[in-house]
Design a protein around this ligand. Structure first.
Ligand SMILES: [Zn+2]
Length: 112
């Protein structure tokens, strides 16, 4: 019981660090992985949790979609947070990483 609890707290701490970083501005998974000393896969895992839980704290995870550097194709339809391997239009592999930011809602009314 105690061990499980500790693990939960540690995970929560990483997530809190990540959320704090994201609240200051855009960050890529690579940057978060270096900052928190965890693998990128783990970063995406935490990001998904943050995305789900953010509304409870009055915020929301904003995702800037990946963009193909060759033709400018924007990977908007891609619902996932992870970086795509290659561009469906030009097959280019120079894909700009998606960026993440934590925004605080409240205040102004926004449509959409
Ligand atoms: Zn392309």
């Amino acid at each position: 019981m105690r061990q499980a609890r500790v693990r939960e707290v540690v995970g929560g701490t990483i997530r809190q660090h990540m959320a704090a970083r994201l609240a200051t501005g855009w960050a890529s998974a690579k940057e978060l992985s270096a900052l928190l000393h965890i693998g990128e896969k783990e970063v995406y895992d935490h990001l998904m949790h943050i995305e789900k839980s953010a509304p409870r704290f009055g915020g929301m995870l904003v995702v800037q979609p990946a963009v193909c550097r060759d033709c400018g194709f924007v990977f908007k339809k891609r619902g996932r947070l992870t970086k795509p391997g290659s561009c469906p239009l030009c097959r280019g592999t120079f894909v700009e990483e998606p960026l993440f930011r934590l925004e605080h809602r409240g205040g102004g009314e926004q449509a959409g």
